[in-house]
Design a protein around this ligand. Structure first.
Ligand code: UDP
Length: 251
């Protein structure tokens, strides 16, 4: 049975990175190409889901949802609950890459600007010589190209399909095509390839550790401010809805 924490109705699994890896492996073993969906909700997801019922319902149907951001960790704390750790998108991605390197699981990288998924594959192969990335395609395709991309994926039948089209586009894309995609697991990856390909630099580890990566990213990409303005509204909403009998905020 899944151990999840609900934040404004979005269920997120209270798991460590290691456990998320194990669950992914189990899904790969049991899926039989039935496209199990794995998402990584952050505050923007949760807030967007409040106004977009379709997105809200899609998130509900995941087989695993990992706690992606510090806002999710704080949201749980405000309700007296604790996630064992935060699992940033790239950290989950690397876990699956490690598993592929060790056990041969096949991977397809969809999304990002032209050249980015290819560069991601190249860079990963330098670090993980046995990683099994069997295909890639950029994320700027029209309807006709989309058919070709899906048919290529279905020919290759990867264990894991990473989809990096930005949220909520990637989750909606996976959901829309889940019945035609012959993959074991499909998961939304946001801007992970941009980091892996070296297009964007991640925050230094100490900034990641104190949960300020969002601020670092904001300084480098000020246009993200609009997306981050939802944070105070989110905190108020969570506080307002919390079950006041359980625990207190102690982060
Ligand atoms: N992207 C894409 N196709 C699109 C829109 C976006 O491939 O139609 C890619 C974009 O190049 C970027 C990623 O999706 O690599 C979105 O990154 P963002 O930083 O917005 O995602 P986040 O991690 O914030 O969810």
């Amino acid at each position: 049975m899944r151990n999840t924490i609900s934040i404004l109705g979005v269920q997120i699994d209270a798991v460590t990175r290691e456990e998320a890896g194990k669950i992914t492996e189990n899904l790969i073993k049991q899926s039989n190409k039935s496209c199990k969906m794995i998402f990584a909700p952050n505050v923007e997801f949760i807030m967007y889901a409040q106004k977009d019922k379709e997105f809200f319902d899609i998130l509900k149907q995941s087989s695993l949802s990992t706690p992606d951001s510090i806002g999710v960790i704080i949201g749980a704390k405000l309700q007296g609950k604790t996630f064992p750790e935060r699992i940033p998108g790239q950290s989950y991605f690397r876990k699956v890459i490690e598993l592929s390197n060790e056990k041969g699981y096949s991977i397809y990288l969809l999304g990002g600007e032209p050249g980015i998924a290819e560069k991601t594959k190249e860079n990963l192969e330098k670090i993980f010589p046995n990683v099994n990335i069997i295909g890639y395609h950029h994320g700027y395709f029209n309807e006709n190209e989309e058919k070709e991309v899906i048919s290529e994926i279905n020919k290759l039948k990867p264990n894991v399909l990473f989809v990096a089209l930005g949220a909520p586009k990637q989750e909606k894309w996976i959901y829309k095509h889940r019945n035609e995609l012959k993959v074991d697991v499909a998961t939304g990856q946001g801007g992970t390839y941009d980091y892996e390909a070296g297009k964007i630099k991640r925050a230094p580890v100490w900034i990641q550790k104190i949960g300020m990566e969002w601020f670092w990213r904001l300084c480098r990409e000020p246009k993200r401010i609009k997306r981050q303005l939802v944070l105070p509204i989110y905190l108020i909403k969570v506080l307002f809805k919390k079950d006041k009998t359980k625990g207190k905020f102690d982060i």
